[in-house]
Ligand binder design. Structure first.
Ligand code: ATP
Ligand code: MG
Length: 422
């Protein structure tokens, strides 16, 4: 029997991990400069947390969760997203009492959703996300958006589009909701069963439907922006002012609604406009979620965040033909001829490694020519060949592979030589 990775998951092979690590290091570095401290929460949580925190009417909760009962009869769910857990931890550890507010968190790790597999859509994928909890200042909305844009620009993407919208406050949503029901109700029979359910429960989500997005009533649907209260409109215009000051270009799309129930005010997505990018172009989504902290049992504290997946970021890099500069250098390969030379090689590479010099040698008894080939394939910067005469002289020719230049160096000087030249 041949085993395979479960559908919707993937192995990230040794030749691919340097790219992942590079992206992860960009994410960590930008978290540091923007001051979003990492939080690590469990991979699974009580199922109810997601029902409450993500929303009962969402695709995630209705169709996509990996839910199981543990041996103690508890219903647990593999986390489908990061916000609910971050907010759960924020409430549980009373971070609202921290002297410095807002609390700025970041996370990175696998998420699980039972989805139909396609390019850019996996059942296990890695999300990076941030949450800024405890501020309702439009400046922080702009900060969160600018961090997301900075990530994509830092890895070298150019074909990007930032789309923003305001979902307004409760009053806005109620007025808009009434208008939506009025708009869709007479023809709701022409829509999918999900949309029919959404009509009463959460008609806003009809606009987000993937099946019915071509229906003519979608284009003529009442736009949220027409229902913004004065204070919501003012908030939105301040967010835009800050984005302008930061030199961040955006489009306002009045039909942008995010999949999760808890969003209000600012909502945004970043898409790839690269030719050849698959059907799913959204790289990152986020927004404000005032009210969520309270729903999860904390005080009435506002919050905003976003999430992106590394998988889609890598797809965008591929679509744009951007090569990441990855660090995977082999500084030196030691070729050994004979048993005694092998002993010496082992001793030498150990001394190299303690000084941070990446070093390797042959472990499958290959002939010299094959070892040289290996060194070449592995991209070794330097090669040394140790045989009888080198052992006698206590010195070896260090060959720089790229130039072919050679220099004789005594064994005890090798570490210094390599540190100087690598
Ligand atoms: P979509 O509309 O593509 O289903 P979503 O609204 O479900 O996205 P979010 O829950 O907002 O997505 O997640 C934020 C980001 O996480 C997405 O923009 C995308 O980059 C990534 N993402 C979501 N689901 C997947 C998945 N199944 N595989 C890979 N990446 C994903
Ligand atoms: Mg989805």
């Amino acid at each position: 029997m041949a085993f395979k990775v479960p559908r919707g998951t993937q192995d990230i092979l040794p030749e691919q991990t340097p790219k992942w690590q590079k992206v992860e290091s960009v994410l960590r570095e930008l978290s540091r400069v923007y001051r979003y401290k990492e939080i690590r929460t469990p991979i699974f949580e009580q199922t109810e947390l997601f029902q409450r925190g993500v929303g009962d009417t969402t695709d995630i909760v209705q169709k996509e969760m990996y839910t199981f009962e543990d041996r103690g009869g508890r219903s647990l769910t593999l986390r489908p997203e990061g916000t609910a857990a971050a907010v759960r931890a924020y409430v549980e550890h009373k971070m609202f009492g921290y002297p410095d507010q807002p609390v700025k968190l970041s996370y990175m790790g696998p998420m699980f959703r039972y989805e139909r597999q396609q390019a850019g859509r996996y059942r296990q994928f890695v999300q990076y996300g941030v949450e800024a909890i405890g501020s309702a200042d439009p400046a922080i909305d702009a900060e969160v958006i600018s961090l997301a844009m900075d990530i994509y620009q830092t890895v070298g993407l150019k074909d990007l589009k930032l789309v923003i919208n305001s979902l307004g406050d409760k009053e806005t949503r109620d007025a808009h909701r009434t208008a939506l029901i009025k708009h869709f109700e007479p023809s709701i029979g022409e829509f999918c069963s999900d949309c029919q359910n959404r009509l009463e429960k959460n008609p806003l989500r009809i606009l987000d439907c993937k099946k019915d997005h071509e229906h003519p009533l979608m284009k003529t649907a009442p736009a949220l922006t027409d229902y913004l209260t004065e204070s919501s409109a003012e908030y939105f215009s301040q967010v835009k002012n800050y984005l302008d000051v930061l030199g961040i270009q955006y489009e306002v799309d009045p039909n942008l609604v995010r999949g999760l129930d808890y969003y209000n005010h600012t909502a945004f997505e970043i898409m790839s406009t690269a030719k050849g990018f698959g059907a799913i172009t959204t790289l990152c989504g986020g927004g404000r979620y005032n009210g969520l902290v309270e729903d999860i049992g904390g005080p009435d504290v506002p919050g905003i965040g976003f999430a992106l997946s590394i998988e889609r970021l890598l797809l965008a890099l591929e679509a744009e033909g951007v090569e990441l500069e990855v660090e995977d250098a082999l500084d030196i390969y030691v070729v050994a001829m004979g048993e005694e030379a092998k002993l010496k090689s082992a001793e030498l590479i150990s001394s190299f490694r303690t000084k941070g010099i990446a070093a390797d040698m042959d472990y499958v008894d290959r002939k010299m020519k094959a070892q040289m080939k290996s060194a070449d394939r592995l991209g070794a910067k330097f090669v040394i060949v140790i045989g009888e005469s080198e052992l006698e002289e206590n010195a070896v020719n260090v060959k720089e592979m790229e130039t072919g230049n050679q220099e004789k160096v005594e064994f005890h000087n090798l570490v210094n030589y390599l540190l100087e030249h690598k």
